[in-house]
Design a protein around this ligand. Sequence first.
Ligand SMILES: Nc1ncnc2c1ncn2[C@@H]1O[C@H](COP(=O)(O)OP(=O)(O)OP(=O)(O)O)[C@@H](O)[C@H]1O
Length: 262
Amino acid sequence: MTGNSLPVCGQGGADEALLTVRGLRVVIDGLHILHGVDLDVAPTGVTALLGRNGAGKTTTVKAVMGLVPRTGSIVFAGTELSGLPTHLVVRQGIGYAPEDRGIFAGLTVAENLRLAERDGAPAYRLVHELFPELKQRSGQLAGTLSGGQQQMVAIGRTLLNGNRLIIADEPTKGLAPKIVAEVADVLARVAESVPVLLVEQNLAFVRRLGGACAVLADGRTAHRGDTAELLADEAAARRLLGVGSRRPAGGSAVPVTTEVAL
Ligand SMILES: Nc1ncnc2c1ncn2[C@@H]1O[C@H](COP(=O)(O)OP(=O)(O)OP(=O)(O)O)[C@@H](O)[C@H]1O
């Protein structure tokens, strides 16, 4: 599923996509970081944005959010975003959990969530159902939470406002394996009701969530297709993602990253 034509398979095609990015370019301080990213985010489930370190994944989602200057087309539910500043992108219904989590360490869990409220009726019920721990720890300073708990605050914030798309940038970064599995379960539940664009390096995590994927290489889209198919294709996974694989006795090859396997 590679090559110049970049056909789309797996969940949703270009016609049905919730978010359609075409020819996305980003230049920062004269440096050309993205040279033409094409991406379709399916209207349901998880769409993974993959690629080696420095491929341009974070820059792509920042460009969607209007956090870096960009050119090209970014159409979300029929609205062109490429000329909009971040606060108007957010108001279209896109929740963003950034790579650094953006937690206010000196504020409590409840205060961190309250700061994210945008609508008259924030969905605390949903957030507390998915993350009961956040309710129990509502008075705790966010800076004293574990990495996994902070990630829950970051994802919880995106769920408060009835968003139509959640973007999560490397939610497993720095988390212990047990917590990674918990975050995977929660994201799978989130994706049952809200589509998720997931930037991720941990391929075991990505595999568990399934769905469609786009792979970036050197600031361009190098592949689009079904995540499970890509990860089952040892040669393609090695070429596009730089990973080896192990083959369990009697089983199919499983790509192995340098990161945590589930
Ligand atoms: N503000 C910036 N100024 C200069 N270079 C930048 C800037 N932001 C990103 N880059 C460069 O652009 C390239 C893409 O970075 P980006 O963070 O988007 O990659 P990534 O795929 O998310 O990588 P990783 O998986 O390591 O987080 C990298 O070479 C990075 O150093």
